[in-house]
Design a binder for this molecule. Structure first.
Ligand SMILES: Nc1ncnc2c1ncn2[C@@H]1O[C@H](COP(=O)(O)OP(=O)(O)OP(=O)(O)O)[C@@H](O)[C@H]1O
Length: 237
């Protein structure tokens, strides 16, 4: 995309039956930017991300992505009995000939090297050979992020990536997302902790009533604006 934008969402609308969840969302994310998406339960954060990766079909609007986005989730879907490295290699399965993707033993050497580099980027190279089932929750989330990186994406989406983690692991994962953005990725993460967003993100996008009600650099968002995102109707009382 010519203007440095990595993800552009324009007038995104999505309803489930009579329930209008997204009522014309506009968001623009640039390469190198970490955007935190905040908002009350059920305001449509996941639905918006799911529309971007094609897990939901929008009713209207336009979504333009630089390449294919990759997504990580709160529930970390890894193969526990496989090594961290094998799980990261799996991020590239869509690019491999079927024959090569059937068994980890057939993963080409170049792919293993690339997966190792992805593990290095998330600070987990030392654990490449360990079964993911033996890793901590924070380490498993790092493996999931490395697997997303192995998809060679320019746009990393994360839906509540730290909600299952203890506070210090949550900070470290949020800082990792910030560092990946600093390396040039566009990162969009749904967070449930405004203080983490303020600490780590470049920009905050707040959803309320199916619309974007906050979209500003982190330092420019007041605590009253953040509080309003969690008040029914989005109004400070
Ligand atoms: N497949 C679906 N069918 C029907 N309703 C749905 C579906 N997916 C989501 N919804 C509804 O859409 C609304 C928005 O859901 P969504 O998961 O996007 O919210 P959220 O902001 O991510 O919430 P949370 O913070 O609780 O994860 C909710 O009321 C939810 O019940």
């Amino acid at each position: 995309m010519p203007d440095g934008s990595a993800l552009r969402i324009s007038n995104l609308r999505k309803s489930f039956g009579e329930h209008r969840v997204l009522d014309g969302i506009d968001v623009d994310v640039r390469a190198g930017e970490f955007v935190a998406v905040l908002g009350a339960n059920g305001c449509g954060k996941s639905t918006a991300l799911r529309c971007v990766v094609g897990l939901e079909r929008p009713d209207a609007g336009e979504i333009t992505v630089d390449g294919r986005p990759a997504m990580v989730f709160q529930r970390i879907h890894l193969v526990n009995r496989r090594s961290a490295l094998d799980n990261v290699c799996a991020g590239a399965l869509g690019r491999l000939p079927l024959r090569r993707s059937l068994s980890p033993r057939l993963f080409p050497r170049e792919l293993r090297e690339e997966a190792m580099w992805c593990l290095e980027r998330v600070g987990l190279a030392d654990h490449a050979g360990r079964r993911t089932g033996r890793l901590s929750g924070g380490q498993q989330q790092r493996v999931a992020i490395a697997r997303a990186l192995c998809q060679r994406t320019n746009v990393l989406l994360a839906d509540e990536p730290v909600s299952a983690l203890d506070p210090s692991a949550a900070v470290r994962i949020s800082e990792l997302l910030a560092s990946l953005a600093a390396e040039g990725l566009a990162v969009v993460a749904v967070l449930h902790q405004p203080q983490l967003a303020v600490r780590c993100a470049d920009r905050i996008v707040g959803l309320s009533g199916g619309q974007v009600t906050v979209d500003a650099p982190t330092g420019a968002v007041s605590s009253a604006e953040l509080d309003a995102l969690y008040v029914p109707g989005g109004v400070v009382v």
